[in-house]
Design a protein around this ligand. Structure first.
Ligand code: CTP
Length: 401
């Protein structure tokens, strides 16, 4: 018996020539005892008829917000369709629809369903090889995967244009087995406890001033969102940050100083499976913060600083079952320094940012990272949106579990 039995699959069909294969895809899903409904983009009807898909799915096919030919037409409720589905499968997914999904454009029923769906979304790209390779399409994939959507890899082979390359939609049989495997594996971080630190820390000089840094917290927040989307129980210990958490399942603990962050980490550390330390913790703090606002009396002011606790260093020294990940922000001898940090702090993985790379680091929306693991493997990545970097980080950790 297939794991698809009784599952509600909402199939989104977009306007690619591979749409002709969706007749067979619907048939396979129905044969596996799934309940299937179909939403088509208006242009997809040029490639396969709604009648074919409604006959095979035994359900009405939707392609617009209302049925214009029917004078008693009812509104096709995209929210209701999105909530009905256990899985939204978009196949074929054209470059056009994918780009709209990545940017939130909502000019047809399928896109409205996508934006309101709460279920996992899987998509099977289908396009010509040069469209597939184009940097904007590759960025779209990164963005969509960063949102937590699941890409069903396109196949290599002969394309409608007669050219040969990557871009052909996975065959219906492959899509069905991909979906079955995805459902039977469940969420890969289910049952795992993940602790993440993020943002800067502020170390008080007096009641109104502090020593701090420019970290926005974005990288850590994206990791937290992604870990939660993969089923983990996530605690995010965050220094001051303006970022809004989208996933309400993340347990957010707000702290201000390194000492408060250390307390929060200590109280959760024993029980966690994975610790990802993305915070830009202040390395020094004023020894004796003034109780009252410091008046400007002299021409200069000396503030004596002392070291803060190395939170990740402490976590490494206490490590048992925890898989520990740290970040290293370096400006020179990057690889060497990162490797030393990995050893010194007893980590499993260190993620290196080089400030020499444009678009990397803690103020930008993008990041360019290199992974270095405890066995010496070095894995450089391209410049990506931080949501997409979070996907890479968690995919890597999952493979090590
Ligand atoms: N870190 C931490 N607590 C600190 C300082 C750093 O938990 N007090 C963590 C960061 O979250 C990051 C890693 O340690 O994951 C690397 O931080 P970094 O400041 O680069 O390393 P340091 O050991 O402080 O070395 P240096 O500043 O000399 O480069």
């Amino acid at each position: 018996m297939s794991v698809l039995k009784g599952k509600r699959i909402l199939l989104g069909v977009t306007a690619g020539i591979a749409a002709y294969k969706t007749a067979w895809l619907v048939r396979l899903l129905v044969k596996a005892d799934a309940e299937v409904r179909v939403v088509m983009t208006p242009a997809a009807k040029d490639f396969v008829t709604p009648l074919t898909l409604s006959t095979l799915s035994k359900n009405e096919v939707y392609s617009s917000f209302t049925n214009e030919e029917d004078e008693n037409a009812q509104w096709n409720n995209h929210v209701e369709l999105g909530l009905w589905a256990d899985y939204l499968l978009i196949a074929p997914a054209t470059a056009n629809t994918l780009a709209k999904m990545a940017t939130g454009v909502c000019d047809n029923l399928l896109l409205a369903v996508y934006l309101s769906a709460k279920c996992p979304v899987l998509y099977a790209p289908a396009m010509d090889l040069d469209m597939y390779k184009h940097p904007s399409t590759q960025n779209t994939f990164d963005t969509l995967n960063g949102f937590g959507n699941i890409q069903i890899p396109a196949a290599h082979g002969e394309l409608a244009s007669g050219l040969v390359g990557q871009g052909r939609m996975a065959e219906p049989e492959e899509i069905v087995s991909f979906l079955e495997e995805y459902i039977s594996q469940g969420l890969p971080l289910k049952g795992k406890r993940v602790l993440i630190t993020a943002g800067p820390t502020y170390e008080a000089i007096d009641p109104v001033r502090f020593v701090g840094n420019h970290s926005s917290g974005l990288m850590g927040y994206k990791i937290a969102e992604r870990a939660a989307a993969l089923g983990a129980e996530v605690t995010l210990v965050s220094g001051p940050s303006a970022i809004q958490l989208e996933n309400k399942r993340v347990n957010l603990i707000r702290v201000v100083s390194a000492a408060e962050m250390f307390d929060a980490v200590q109280s959760h550390y024993a029980k966690i499976d994975i610790g990802i330390f993305a915070a830009a913790v202040a390395d020094y703090r004023p020894i004796d913060p003034a109780q009252e606002k410091i008046k400007k009396t002299g021409d200069s002011l000396d503030i004596k600083l002392e070291k803060t606790q190395d939170i990740l260093g402490w976590a490494g020294s206490q490590k048992k079952q925890q898989y520990l990940v740290g970040f290293a922000l370096e400006t020179q001898n990057e690889l060497d320094n990162a490797k030393k940090k990995l050893e010194k702090k007893n980590l499993d993985l260190i993620i290196l940012n080089s400030l020499r790379d444009e678009g990397a680091g803690f103020k930008s929306k993008t990041n360019k990272v290199t992974f270095i693991d405890k066995n010496g493997a070095v894995l450089p990545f391209d410049l990506k949106d931080k949501a997409a970097v979070a996907v890479d980080i968690l995919d890597y950790i999952i493979k090590q579990q």
